[in-house]
Design a binder for this molecule. Structure first.
Ligand code: SF4
Length: 332
């Protein structure tokens, strides 16, 4: 069943809310995890991704969809039997002058189309273009699955925002979401700095990325990512484009790539993309063009699809790291 479940008689005493560990999870999990916990819900997180979850998504989703959305299906199906509701927000816009990708806009409808296999969804539209009043209405509707008290929902939201701000402070301080989640290995006396850019759901999903961050750390790399850059740096870099980009999350990817390309703060850049992503096919051209123009910082684009093998990825990453060392004159 798709849609809001806010009627009192359908509300469990202490609902279990499922958060799929895919798509925007790595971006917003402190906010929503804290919000629902504050309201007294039990929060269940799916995953992490493994072959079984991915295969379930591949089997259930339309073959035309991009890999991260197919994977999202797998995470939703994993939660379906364990929770009262799976939280699948329709995120239309997170700022005034851009939208999210159309696939994110249609996510609740696509999951709802699973028919009998679809779990009960907790889904509201979040559209910053309609203003804060409309945004808060959606927050209250989501919170009303746990309580009738708008004051309590307000407090839960404030508490969620504090958790999110604390998380973002940690990322700006130089750690990755994997480290916050306890999934990152420590760096070992790194002699190279490597910028990794791409959507958070590609970069921080250890199965999808074939553990790229930890793999680089094991090879002696210090990894820096777009999440470690303040928004004003990203905005400044975007001024290099002749036209503004329409998609918020792609702006972050392009802005961080441009920063690494132009500052020379990194020895090399890896751009991680997933198969069948429409927006990434455009941003890849923009980023590769910018990298060629400056030709200062080596860059490698890695595209993951449902058939990507770990051996092929490992070979390419090792060869790239060796090339960076050779370029720095550290090996002959
Ligand atoms: S931006 Fe690309 S990968 Fe992300 S949801 Fe849209 S099409 Fe899929």
């Amino acid at each position: 069943m798709l849609g809001r479940v806010t009627e009192r008689e359908t509300r469990p005493m202490r609902p279990t809310i499922g958060l799929p560990q895919a798509l925007v999870y790595h971006k917003y999990f402190p906010l929503w995890g804290e919000f629902f916990s504050y309201l007294g819900a039990d929060v269940a997180v799916s995953g992490p991704t493994d072959k079984r979850v991915l295969n379930a998504g591949l089997e259930a989703a339309d073959s035309e969809l991009c890999l991260p959305v197919k994977l999202f299906f797998g995470h939703v199906l994993e939660l379906a039997q364990q929770v009262d509701f799976v939280f699948v927000p329709r995120i239309v816009a997170v700022e005034g002058d851009a939208f999210t990708c159309p696939k994110l806009l249609g996510l609740p409808d696509m999951i709802g189309a699973l028919g009998e296999r679809a779990p009960s969804l907790l889904s509201e539209t979040f559209n910053m273009k309609r203003g804060m009043r409309d945004f808060y209405k959606s927050v209250y509707k989501v919170g009303s699955v746990c309580t009738d008290s708008s004051i309590k929902v307000y407090r839960a939201w404030r508490s969620g925002l504090r958790a999110q701000a604390d998380y973002e402070r940690q990322l700006l301080g130089g750690v990755t979401p994997l480290d916050v989640l306890g999934q990152g290995i420590p760096e070992k006396e790194p002699d190279l700095t490597i910028g990794v850019v791409g959507h958070a759901y590609n970069v921080y999903d250890r199965h999808l990325s074939m553990d790229l961050i930890n793999r680089l750390r094991k090879s002696g790399g210090r990894v820096v990512t777009g999440e470690m850059l303040p928004p004003k740096v990203i905005e400044r870099e975007l001024q290099r484009l002749p036209k503004r980009l329409f998609w918020s999350y792609e702006k972050e990817v392009v802005g961080s790539a441009f920063h690494f390309i132009h500052t020379g703060d990194v020895d090399g850049i890896i751009f991680l993309l997933s198969f069948a992503c429409g927006p990434d096919s455009l941003t890849q051209v923009l980023i590769e063009h910018e990298a060629r123009k400056t030709s200062k910082t080596p860059m490698m684009s890695l595209v993951v699809d449902e058939h990507s093998g770990e051996a092929g990825m490992a070979t390419r990453v090792e060869a790239f790291v060796d090339m960076l060392r050779w370029q720095k004159g550290r090996v002959c």
